[in-house]
Design a protein around this ligand. Structure first.
Ligand SMILES: Nc1nc2c(c(=O)[nH]1)N[C@H]1C(S)=C(S)[C@@H](COP(=O)(O)OP(=O)(O)OC[C@H]3O[C@@H](n4cnc5c(=O)[nH]c(N)nc54)[C@H](O)[C@@H]3O)O[C@H]1N2
Ligand SMILES: Nc1nc2c(c(=O)[nH]1)N[C@H]1C(S)=C(S)[C@@H](COP(=O)(O)OP(=O)(O)OC[C@H]3O[C@@H](n4cnc5c(=O)[nH]c(N)nc54)[C@H](O)[C@@H]3O)O[C@H]1N2
Ligand code: SF4
Ligand SMILES: [Mo]
Length: 749
């Protein structure tokens, strides 16, 4: 008989699937199945926007191929069985500490993947693992992604998390390099409905210029699109800097150091010289410089296409140099710093890299991490400190790291490996134990990382929509894993133990000692979030700035705070009472308060970057390769892990090599080609298109699902682009991987 009562309920949650932090309205039936997903129209930031990935949140949440119980692998037979949580943690506690005891701390390594930026567990409990392991062999997707931006920001502003974002909603002129937000929805620029914000820019009379070797959907929306030779953005930007100085177009409004050094460095890169490298005519370089200087407000923004390139850090540096020279850094309509409600711990010492180096290749540390481009070396090279035991959390480096296939072989030789992951895939198949997180609907959500890079100050907390039942949350998994890795008791109580220690430490640091105050929250994780909000720039316990409602930051503060006013009362209860999210206003100027440089000025010419200019100048003499490989993102993909949803892997969402028809003819190619690089060889189906410039081919990453138990993904396997990328080449200052501008040769298949 049909049920008379409708037990379905509609609840709110932030989408965890990209950096745009859209609000979702999710309907669940009485069995806790997601029956519909819509954009939350009352979210003050995303205003109802949703993309195809967000709309498929329900399919992902209950993907029949996702893991629901811990898995243990029998090495002898390479077969898997399910296990209880107790057994899984006991096995880890029996094996991992013994390896470390025998071979030392450096024999353990940790790899952290991208989704850690999108989970509460990743933000709040990964540090527990880092402390537990005490190893210098810490790797993450950051060195396959945005490390150049963080190193450039760290050297210029003193803090690698002080990253400017374009003030999208107010700027009059946006120069965008190597980003395609119409597919990616934006990165290091948290902006739900990025496409709508770009259209609004044009509608209000602003100008939007895109620099990309492909005519992307974003480029089509722009006023102007400039094709650029991959890997040459730093040259273009130096040409612009050169022009700004030469034509007296600078308008510097900040207290800066190193101006003369930048002028001198730029002298070697006049527009005529850079145009040869970039393929962009000298008069265009000059005109763009003039337009940037003349616009009432302007912002230069560069993302993944320019980060994962040979001169990634120099490019990110020059972006901010131009923002400074044109008077647009830290100014409305320019490039500004967000003020996140739950900010980080104030940094005291200026940022620097190279506090230690990797064992095998001597690559410098950045932000406590070593380049993922050398993870395989550390596992396969014998000697003291060789990595023998590995933990991966939310990462799939076999598909995402440069020369990823090398990791496939390297992981197979580890003594022990633990993965925290939703799937048994190309990476986790090498683990001895896989610990699966719960469904996203069972997890809380707060964007600790992404709201630091938002184009508007905003906060939103989502409680789990569905009860956990008797399985652990991902936070509990990481807390218990931290205990197991060091041979401590790894029961459920580990979570509370970690939280109480951290809460006590935060209170002590904030000068709120004596008694533990009453905190809002139904568990210790929520109470930590409450405390972070209260200590943050909008919180009543923030000791800091009195420069208006949105001006302060937890990172600005010095001593105990006296002033309490209506704007400084943000806590978890406010967010629970406002489940659509809280708008905290447009970005506010934050300099010099956020500077952590020794000079207390914006450092325009940090020495490590000037050193790297030498490398860049030398490269001018080299002949350009005939064909180079770049990547691209697809709207209905998400790196390597959303290819198991039938509605997403169809139509244009396939793994093909984009190539200009002229190159197909010139090289005598058919439907498929053999693509060869210094690192490897692939046979790939071709998709000829005029949208890519001659001499450049593009392959999306995250495909190559031959070793996964994801049935749909396996049926749409594609190839692993990181067979071709080369881990022996890195961006020197940051150690970041180079995915764009990889020299390749093509022959008929
Ligand atoms: N050639 C080339 N390579 C690239 C790039 C490129 O442009 N070109 N881009 C690079 C970039 S920007 C990035 S960020 C990296 C990404 O590199 P990775 O982070 O290593 O790879 P992902 O594909 O994001 O893998 C995410 C993993 O997390 C799991 N997962 C998903 N959600 C959760 C969760 O809630 N909890 C846990 N524990 N696990 C979860 C998934 O099953 C998957 O195994 O790839 C890089 N690789
Ligand atoms: N749908 C979807 N969204 C995603 C992801 C996804 O996989 N799918 N991944 C997420 C992640 S981890 C990240 S980091 C962000 C990245 O977000 P974006 O930075 O917007 O990344 P892409 O969409 O790859 O756009 C990069 C562009 O750079 C261009 N390019 C390549 N080489 C060069 C070069 O040398 N110079 C210049 N100027 N351009 C170049 C490429 O043609 C491409 O159009 O996206 C996130 N959002
Ligand atoms: S744009 Fe990003 S955050 Fe928004 S719905 Fe799509 S995947 Fe989710
Ligand atoms: Mo990324």
């Amino acid at each position: 008989m049909a049920q008379l009562t409708d037990d379905s309920r509609t609840l709110l949650r932030t989408c965890p699937l990209c950096e745009a932090v859209c609000g979702l309205e999710i309907t669940l039936d009485s069995n806790d199945h997601v029956t519909s997903v819509r954009g939350d129209r009352q979210d003050p930031f995303s205003k109802g926007f949703i993309c195809p990935k967000g709309a498929s949140f329900g399919h992902l949440d209950e993907d029949p191929d996702r893991l629901t119980e811990p898995m243990i692998r029998d090495r002898a037979t390479d077969t898997w069985r399910t296990a209880s949580w107790t057994e899984a943690f006991e096995l880890i506690a029996a094996r991992f500490p013994a390896i470390v005891a025998e071979h030392g701390n450096q024999s353990a390594a940790l790899y952290l993947g991208n989704p850690n930026a999108h989970t509460v567990a990743g933000a709040l409990y990964v540090p527990v693992l880092i402390r537990a392991l005490g190893t210098k062999n810490l790797f993450s997707a950051s060195t396959a992604d945005q490390m150049p931006k963080q190193v450039a920001s760290g050297l210029m502003f003193g803090d690698p998390l002080t990253v400017p974002v374009p003030d999208l909603d107010r700027t009059d002129y946006l120069l965008m390099l190597g980003a395609n937000p119409l597919e990616s929805n934006g990165s290091l620029c948290t902006a739900p409905d990025f496409p709508g914000r770009l259209k609004a820019l044009r509608k209000r009379g602003g100008k939007f210029v895109v620099v990309d070797p492909r005519e992307t959907r974003t480029a089509k929306l722009a006023d102007e699109h400039l094709f650029i030779r991959p890997g040459s953005d730093a040259y273009l930007l130096f040409g612009i800097v050169h022009t700004l100085f030469e034509q007296g177009l600078t308008d510097i409004r900040l207290d800066v150091a190193g101006l003369d050094e930048v002028r001198t460095a730029a002298a070697d890169f006049p527009p005529e010289v850079v145009s040869e490298r970039t393929g962009i005519p000298a008069e265009t370089v000059i005109r763009i410089a003039q337009e940037l200087a003349a616009a009432p407000t302007a912002a230069v923004y560069a993302r993944i296409g320019t980060c994962t390139a040979e001169f990634g850090t120099l490019t990110q540096w020059l972006v901010e140099v131009i923002n400074v020279l044109t008077g647009n850094l830290d100014s409305p309509g320019g490039a500004m710093f967000a003020s996140a409600a739950a900010g980080g711990i104030p940094r005291t010492k200026p940022f620097r890299t190279g506090r230690w180096a990797s064992r095998v290749r001597g690559l410098p540390e950045a932000m406590g991490e070593l380049p993922v481009a050398t993870l395989a070396d550390e596992i396969t090279t014998p000697g003291a400190g060789q990595v023998r035991a590995l933990v991966t959390v939310a990462g799939n480096p076999v598909l995402s790291a440069p020369s990823g296939v090398r990791l496939d072989t390297a992981f197979a030789q580890l003594d022990f490996m633990v993965s925290v992951d939703r799937y048994l895939n190309e990476t986790t198949r090498h683990a001895d134990v896989i610990l699966p997180p719960p469904r996203s609907t069972q997890s809380p959500h707060y964007d600790f990382a992404l709201l630091q890079f938002a184009v508007r100050n905003y906060a939103r907390y989502s409680r789990p929509l569905v009860p956990l039942g008797d399985r652990p949350s991902e936070s509990e998994i990481l807390a218990r894993l931290g205990a197991a890795l060091t041979g401590q008791p790894a029961g459920p109580e580990a979570l509370n133990g970690v939280d109480e220690l951290i809460i006590a430490g935060m209170l002590h640091k904030a000068g709120i000692p004596e008694r533990r105050p009453e905190l809002v929250g139904s568990n210790s994780t929520e109470q930590r979030i409450d405390l972070m909000l209260r200590l943050g720039p909008y919180g009543e316990w923030n000791a800091g700035a009195s420069d208006g409602p949105a001006g302060g930051s937890s990172r600005d503060h010095g001593g105990p705070r006296e002033r309490r006013d209506q704007y400084r009362t943000l806590n978890l209860q406010v967010l629970l009472d406002n489940p659509h999210g809280v708008d905290l206003g447009p970005l506010q100027p934050r300099l010099p308060g956020v500077l952590r440089t020794a000079s207390k000025k914006v450092e325009l010419a940090p020495q490590p970057l000037l050193d790297d200019v030498v490398r860049m100048r030398a490269r001018l003499a080299d002949a350009a390769p005939d064909v180079v490989l770049i990547g691209r993102r697809q709207l209905r993909s998400n790196n390597s892990w959303m290819h198991n949803i039938p509605t997403l892997v169809s139509g244009s969402n396939t793994c093909t090599l984009h190539i200009n028809p002229a190159d197909v003819a010139r090289l005598g190619l058919g439907d498929t080609a053999v693509v060869k690089s210094a690192a490897g060889t692939l046979t790939v189906p071709l998709e000829p298109t005029e949208a890519i410039m001659p001499g450049v081919v593009s392959l999306p990453h995250g495909w190559g699902h031959t070793d996964s138990t994801q049935t749909v993904a396996r049926a749409h396997a594609g190839v692993n682009a990181n067979v071709l990328t080369d881990d022996s080449v890195v961006d020197v200052p940051s150690g970041n991987a180079v995915f764009n501008g990889v020299p390749v040769t093509l022959t008929p298949a």
